[in-house]
Ligand binder design. Sequence first.
Ligand code: G3P
Length: 223
Amino acid sequence: MNQDFHLYLDSADLAELKTCLPHPVVHGVTTNPTLLRRAGIGRNDLPGLLKRCIDLGARQVQAQVYSSEVDGMLEDARALLSHFEPGQLVVKIPATRQGLDAGARLIAQGVPVTWTAVYAPEQAHFAAQLGAAYAAPYLGRLEDAGIDGLALIAQMQGLISQRPSSCTRLLVASIRSREAYLSLLELGVGAITIPPRLFAELLDHPATLDAERGFLADAHALP
Ligand code: G3P
């Protein structure tokens, strides 16, 4: 069964990440080639960026392979892993036929793996069967496609929870709102990765800040 919850930040933009890190509620940082492109980060810049995130308190960081064939995926993974201590880097691999093969080989070597772009319950089940650290469905993109994303993710969660010895967490990505985040918590998913822009909305409740302002004013007025 999944125990502790992992909150990730989904970004390759260091300035944006620094608005959230360091903070103890954050487990780590997830990236993918689209986020790298958006942030203007090249392949050679990625290890440095992720090491900076570890310096800023991230306990794990995730980087995706660039190839679609098994050998290329393993080569990409080896190159990425060479920059990190064991367990720090989680290798992300699309949950294709080739991706499942490459990821299983990495898991056999003790490397934590996220299978990503998980769109169907059986893919989440394969991830758990093969010992993935994470299986990543995309809630927002499922909803964009007219699918009831929460219902599908609940089905995935049900399947991986059936395996009591499994350490696999669903790592739900493509989160666009606080409401989506809360709904996923209610489903009991083991991990969520959010865009940094949502972090303030989750952490800085206006009523809490208002109450604190009142307490501070009263504290100053105390004799
Ligand atoms: O990790 C996947 C995430 O970056 C996709 O988010 O909102 O572009 O679908 P979005």
